[in-house]
Design a protein around this ligand. Structure first.
Ligand SMILES: [Zn+2]
Length: 81
């Protein structure tokens, strides 16, 4: 399958809205990429709450929004920069 952002052929893609995004492109949002790598459960919770409608919106998710979506972030030992 092809990534809708970089057009590279990848085996594993994440679905954001109606787009398929490769793991490399997922890292373009620094904080979300960090959660994606380190704690997929929290990542999923943030995605469920913020519901970015496409990749563009995903890349714009700010640290403040993540902290608001998961107020107990610190409990999980997660610190965003
Ligand atoms: Zn990509």
């Amino acid at each position: 399958m092809k990534c809708d952002s970089c057009q590279e052929e990848e085996t594993w893609l994440e679905i954001i809205g109606n787009q398929y995004i490769c793991h490399k492109c997922m890292q373009k949002n620094k904080d979300m990429g960090f959660l994606f790598r380190t704690n997929i459960e929290i990542f999923k919770r943030v995605m469920k709450k913020l519901k970015p409608k496409d990749y563009q919106e995903y890349t714009l998710i700010a640290k403040e929004q993540i902290e608001k979506a998961v107020p107990d972030l610190k409990k999980f030992g997660i610190k965003l920069n």
